[in-house]
Design a protein around this ligand. Structure first.
Ligand code: AMP
Ligand code: MG
Length: 323
């Protein structure tokens, strides 16, 4: 069984193709970027519209397949930016109707977790999902994914990007912040952990104010990393203690950051927990995870998807992982 998955929740439009054994057949994507300033949903939507046909062609070429070889089609139903989600949904829908294949709307966040599991061969970890918009500590307990802690306002990637936006670093600026941090020294920032939750937005405002007062970008990048990552490490450790799980899996675009990886590795070593990171290519938003989630959902509920009226399939922009 081969699934083609379409991702379009935010900045990235991606198409992935995978089989039911987890063999990667194709994974192509293109990201909407800006020189300065953040994501403008309508502009991202235009980007996705302009690139979708070309990416489909490239994905099929990479997989050495034609549309007829695809058995099922999946797309990100949510959570995400509605204008962006609609592009992916309509594209997947048209394709499914044209080829008369089942269509599966999947949860983008669960897709992040499941592709991480299959690629790292981890069984039952505590997950740290550290993406642009989402920061959550998640584990499977009592037959569903549950959120043990999360960022109360903005996600960790957006927190870094917000700092970058206000200091002229462009978007997304995580990699740039990591680079600048290497030359920085520590200045004290607030540290805001509330039980199992973390709150980043006030810290970012504080860092921006320090920047306006003349503290260097380098020092602030270093201190932001140290502070935000330590907060995340603290709540992850508490989740491991509570669930007694023996694996920790880091996922999301921010998983590219070496400093975050080092901090978590150190903590896991102390606890004798196995630490894994999803490879960068599959850590950020992409279509492959949507394709893999399509396979999992379809396998679990074939009858439902085979009889589903595709015309009624829709987006769900506020879909939480624990729904
Ligand atoms: P995602 O939403 O999962 O696609 O991840 C995108 C987010 O990851 C953006 O907010 C980026 O700024 C952030 N990001 C990417 N690379 C790094 C890095 N090396 N360090 C920190 N954040 C990063
Ligand atoms: Mg994502």
């Amino acid at each position: 069984m081969i699934c083609l998955g379409v991702e379009s929740t935010a900045h990235t439009f991606g198409i992935g193709i995978i089989d039911n054994k987890g063999n990667i057949l194709a994974n192509v994507k293109d990201m909407y970027m800006t020189e300065k300033g953040g994501i403008i949903p309508i502009e991202a939507k235009k980007h996705h519209e302009s690139i979708k046909e070309e990416l489909l062609e490239n994905a099929l070429k990479e997989a050495k397949l034609t549309v007829e070889d695809i058995d099922i089609i999946s797309f990100s139903s949510g959570p995400g930016l509605a204008p962006c989600l609609v592009v992916g949904k309509n594209f997947a829908k048209e394709l499914a109707l044209k080829c008369k294949k089942p269509l599966i709307g999947v949860n983008h966040l669960i897709a992040h977790l499941e592709i991480g599991k299959v690629l790292t061969k981890v069984k039952d970890p505590v997950f740290i999902l550290a993406t642009g918009a989402n920061t959550q500590i998640i584990a499977f307990e009592g037959r569903k994914y549950r959120i043990f802690g999360e960022a109360l306002s903005i996600g960790i990637g957006n927190a870094l990007d917000k700092f970058g936006r206000n200091t002229g670093l462009g978007f997304p600026c995580g990699p740039e912040i990591e680079k600048l941090a290497k030359k920085g020294r520590y200045v004290e920032l607030s540290y805001v952990v509330k039980g199992m939750d973390v709150e980043f937005s006030g810290i970012v405002t504080q860092a921006i104010n320090f920047y306006k007062k003349g503290i260097s970008k380098e020092d602030l990048c270093f201190s932001l990393q140290e502070t935000l990552f330590a907060m995340l490490t603290e709540v992850s450790e508490r989740a491991l203690a509570h669930t007694e799980k023996k694996e920790l899996l880091l996922i999301g675009g921010v998983a590219a950051n070496r400093r975050l990886i080092t901090m978590l590795k150190t903590m896991c070593k102390d606890r004798m927990v196995k630490f894994s990171v999803v490879p960068v290519e599959y850590s950020g938003d992409q279509g492959l995870m949507i394709a893999w989630q399509g396979i999992l959902e379809y396998k679990r509920n074939k009858k439902y998807y085979n009889n589903l009226d595709i015309k009624k399939v829709d987006i769900n922009s506020n879909w939480r992982i624990d729904d």
